[in-house]
Design a protein around this ligand. Sequence first.
Ligand SMILES: CC(C)(COP(=O)(O)OP(=O)(O)OC[C@H]1O[C@@H](n2cnc3c(N)ncnc32)[C@H](O)[C@@H]1OP(=O)(O)O)[C@@H](O)C(=O)NCCC(=O)NCCS
Length: 156
Amino acid sequence: MKSMSYLVRPIQRNEWEDAMQLAWDTFLIYEAPEYSREGINSFRNFIRDPILKRMFIMGEYIAYGAFINEQIAGIIGIRNTSHISLLFVETGQHHRGIATALVRHCVSKLKEHDIKTVTVNSSPYAVGFYHRIGFVDTSEEIVSDGIRYTPMKLTI
Ligand SMILES: CC(C)(COP(=O)(O)OP(=O)(O)OC[C@H]1O[C@@H](n2cnc3c(N)ncnc32)[C@H](O)[C@@H]1OP(=O)(O)O)[C@@H](O)C(=O)NCCC(=O)NCCS
């Protein structure tokens, strides 16, 4: 198969809505079926929250995208300096290394700031992915506001 070419770079302000739409569309397919209605609403409220967008604009919420021909195909968000809070790859582009590249990109940026540990609350669907790239569980699965997740960390 011809190798897929994508570019990882910061998401621009005018790409925020597209990035959140990608998150929502992907969430509906892979995560929503495993969440309660409360969990689905919590997630929708999180990505639509104007405060999140404001934090992004202020540089307090970091977001990178993977772009194929300038079309967004994957996103990763970092809050509280070193916590992955969104990681989504468009459904047609899975298993092409995009999520791995997004995490690696963040890791290299965080290392520049002497950060030693990255954390994530993994969705049930992504547990195998995070384990594959070296994350370890720091707790059993938790359910909070209807959202199911497994807390994990990666020493970098
Ligand atoms: C989880 C997700 C981000 C992975 O994206 P991806 O770009 O397909 O991941 P990669 O191609 O970098 O995967 C690297 C390896 O991780 C493993 N992997 C990937 N997705 C996996 C999954 N869902 N379950 C178990 N292992 C997985 C595979 O070993 C894969 O290698 P392979 O393709 O050679 O088999 C993507 O499936 C997704 O968007 N899922 C829905 C949203 C989600 O759950 N996000 C996490 C929120 S915390």
